[in-house]
Design a protein around this ligand. Structure first.
Ligand code: NAG
Ligand code: NAG
Ligand code: NAG
Ligand code: NAG
Length: 222
């Protein structure tokens, strides 16, 4: 009986771990006290760029486990020339990541954001910390991640956003064993595939150890 319960709880908590893979839903709330944007709200413009102005609209999003920020319309935020957008607007456009939530504040690359004048009165474009860096009309802002209950959502870091040191350690182990049989040395693709498989190993290990912890807990209660 105890074994069955333990087995079952490992299974259930394993599932929960997967279900809880993304962050909770949140509203992106501009926080820039003492600046022209103290009353500002973040919203998605008709051109799919992200703007900040004194409007009533708001924008909702969710941080995915791969570190992308998905907005309410199902599109993932990208970045081109340091400006955030839901549609490609330049050849340098790429998916923006990693987004994280630290102490209730949304971060990109672990940093806050820049609001840059759009050219229209009172309307600012949202960029990364690198946007228009050094210009004196830039307003540094923080973005609060506010859940449906009006309080900050829990801190969140996607699966792929972990310490690089543990990766390289695992990565070299995986690489050694797989490379042993093949004479060809480190091609770029081999290195990257061994890296991604070690990522998966680390993730599996993480959920497994959590599952074990919880099942032990339940086994003790039962
Ligand atoms: C987030 O909210 C949107 C719409 O409000 C909803 O469609 C989506 O399922 C929600 N996602 C989660 C993980 O709750
Ligand atoms: C923002 O808009 C509200 C309502 O339109 C207005 O009362 C408030 O003064 C505005 N704030 C700024 C900084 O313009
Ligand atoms: C994360 O996953 C989403 C949905 O599958 C995808 O659109 C996005 O490009 C991914 N982000 C990265 C950085 O790979
Ligand atoms: C898996 O987790 C355990 C304990 O949490 C740890 O001792 C072990 O080194 C981890 N293994 C890998 C491959 O990360």
């Amino acid at each position: 009986m105890k074994f069955l319960v333990t087995f079952f709880s490992v299974f259930v908590f394993g599932l929960l771990q997967f279900a809880a893979a993304d962050s909770s839903n949140f509203t992106l709330e501009c926080y820039a006290p003492g600046t022209a944007l103290f009353d500002g709200h973040i919203y998605i413009g008709d051109d799919k760029k992200i703007y900040i102005a004194n409007v009533t609209e708001t924008a909702k999003g969710i941080v995915l486990s791969n570190g992308s920020l998905e907005m309410d319309d199902g599109k993932v935020i990208g970045i081109g020339k340091n400006y955030l957008s839901l549609e490609a607007d330049s050849s340098s456009f790429e998916i923006a990541y990693p987004f994280t939530i630290e102490k209730g504040i949304l971060k990109l690359y672990g940093e806050d954001f820049h609001a840059v004048p759009s050219g229209k009165d009172g309307i600012y474009v949202l960029g990364s910390i690198n946007a228009a860096a050094g210009r004196d009309d830039v307003i540094p802002i923080q973005i609060k991640a506010i859940g449906d209950d009006d309080t900050a959502v829990s801190d969140y870091k996607g699966d792929s956003v972990e310490s690089t040191s543990s990766y390289s350690l695992l990565g070299s182990q995986t690489f050694d064993s797989s490379a042993a049989s093949s004479a060809s040395a480190a091609t770029a693709s081999e290195v990257s595939s061994s890296k991604s498989s070690s990522k998966n190993a680390a993730v599996a290990n993480f959920s497994y150890s959590h599952g074990c912890f919880f099942s032990l807990l339940i086994a003790m209660i039962v």
